[in-house]
Write a protein that binds this ligand. Structure first.
Ligand code: NAD
Length: 312
């Protein structure tokens, strides 16, 4: 029989692609509950999923930050059954922290951390009773390595990584697997939404130097990294679907191998200086050569010269 998979944040990006790929699984292993905050935005998913709509995929309303919405969505499922939960919904935040209100910062945690915690808490009793299940989180490479001007976003992803690392051990006892998917940059609306927010702000509360570092140094390098190293949402969805199909799903999966050396830096030097200084030098001393340096790092880490120069 088919496994019921609930995916959050399916109106766009990675979540939409995961829902479509699962619904069109050649082995027909899945029944997909594709959820989104605003059902008015279901057009794109409906178009992409085509004939599978209302056969192997249904669309439901779910705002991961709203208690009543989570309750209603789960109560409406037959036997409240969710075999596989894919926590994809997430929001970004970039800029100097002096410019964000505490409320802005809490909102990021409400979605990226407490939203995930809430759904996991709700599906666990059923999974434990049935003696099996799989919890997937679309985390980020920023859940393992902080990146300048992504302070709160990275913290929210670190938080969910820590939470899941604790839980994974307990849940193994119940035959429930936990998997963290850690993409690097992905070309979805995510970056666009952030850029729009940034262009609207004049960063009240931040000093001129910090704003200059953000606008003139960080933003251009970030943009360059997205265009030269960014993955497609299809590729990240494909990697996620592969993990979902594993007999013994892995706990962590980084979808972009070019980022692995960067996350290894802090383990290579436990004073933390190597990673902090490397990021400092890459950003402030080499500027837009950042992406070239990433290719070089891969090289010295794995002793291979295949990627000495990144395709630009
Ligand atoms: P996206 O903005 O296209 O998708 C995020 C989705 O989450 C949207 O459909 C949005 O409506 C939904 N969402 C936001 N708040 C919600 C809420 N309260 N309830 C329900 N849905 C909500 O961007 P994406 O790149 O597809 O992001 C998906 C996930 O991937 C996020 O968790 C993000 O942190 C993670 N991620 C993205 C990137 C990237 O570069 N794009 C990199 C690493 C990780």
């Amino acid at each position: 029989s088919k496994k019921t998979v609930l995916v959050t944040g399916c109106s766009s990006g990675i979540g939409l692609k995961i829902a479509v790929q699962l619904a069109k699984d050649p082995q027909e292993r899945y029944y997909v509950i594709a959820t989104m905050r605003d059902l008015g935005k279901s057009g794109k998913l409906e178009a992409e999923v085509g004939e599978a709509l209302n056969k192997t995929l249904v669309i439901r309303q779910l705002d991961v930050t709203k208690e009543d919405s989570v309750k209603k969505c789960l109560d409406d499922l037959p036997g409240q059954r969710v075999d596989i939960l894919v926590n994809n919904a997430g929001v970004g935040q970039i800029g100097p922290i002096e410019s964000f209100s505490m409320e802005d910062m809490r909102k990021v945690f409400e979605t990226n951390f407490f939203g995930v915690v809430h759904l996991i808490k709700k599906v666990l009793p059923g999974m434990k009773k049935r003696g099996g299940g799989h919890i997937v989180v679309i985390s980020s490479i920023m859940g393992l390595q902080g990146v300048i001007f992504n302070d709160i976003y990275a913290a929210s992803k670190f938080a969910i990584e820590g939470f899941c690392e604790c839980l994974a051990v307990q849940l193994l006892k119940f035959n429930i697997f936990v998997s963290m998917i850690e993409p690097g940059p992905v070309n979805t609306e995510f970056e666009m939404k952030l850029m729009e927010e940034v262009s609207r702000s004049d960063f009240p509360g931040s000093d001129a130097d910090t704003i200059r570092y953000f606008k003139d140094i960080y933003l251009p390098s970030a943009h360059e990294i997205f265009s030269s190293m960014g993955q497609t949402p299809e590729a990240v969805a494909k990697a996620t679907v592969k993990v979902i199909g594993m007999q013994q799903p892995v706990f962590r999966h980084q979808t972009n191998v070019l980022y692995t050396p960067l996350t290894a830096l802090k383990y290579a030097d436990n004073t933390g200086n190597l990673s902090v200084r490397t990021f400092y030098n890459l950003l402030f001393n080499y500027g837009t050569l950042f992406h070239l340096s990433l290719g070089f790092l891969r090289c010295i880490t794995c002793n291979c010269f295949r990627r000495r120069v990144m395709p630009v």
